[in-house]
Design a protein around this ligand. Structure first.
Ligand code: 5GP
Ligand code: ZN
Length: 114
């Protein structure tokens, strides 16, 4: 999508600090990290949010979680714990309308979230 920030990151038009990449997914460090480790895991296929997921995306979604698992290990937050978040829509606090999973760790998270 032409006016999507994350599609531009996928295309290399906007630079990012990559943490993982394959033919389906890209993971990169959040530009405004809210925790010592804050990575965004995104599908290369543009979709706005979890609301657009269909059964054919089940494998993709599972793959996103497996990559989160791998990055948690590589970024040394596996043992202490971490948080995975899909902000969705206005009340969910979604600001970029390209599906993304936040992987956050390196500090204790509060609950409930703000
Ligand atoms: P949301 O608020 O939609 O759940 O999360 C979007 C995230 O994307 C935010 O945490 C924001 O800091 C991050 N972000 C927005 N623009 C950029 C960018 O150009 N580069 C990187 N690395 N992260 C971005
Ligand atoms: Zn996009």
């Amino acid at each position: 999508m032409d006016d999507c920030i994350f599609c531009k990151i996928i295309d290399g038009i906007i630079p990012s600090k990559k943490a993982y990449e394959d033919d389906q997914l890209l993971a990169f460090h959040d530009i405004a990290a809210q925790a010592p480790v804050h990575v965004l895991i995104i599908p290369k296929k543009h979709m706005e949010s979890v609301l657009e997921l269909s059964p054919e995306d089940d494998a993709l979604l599972g793959h996103m979680f497996r990559v989160a698992q791998q990055l948690a290990q590589e970024l040394n937050i596996k043992d202490d714990g971490f948080r995975l978040v899909f902000n969705t829509g206005n009340d969910g606090g979604q600001t970029v309308m390209h599906l993304h999973m936040h992987l956050m760790g390196g500090r204790a998270m509060g609950w409930p979230p703000g």
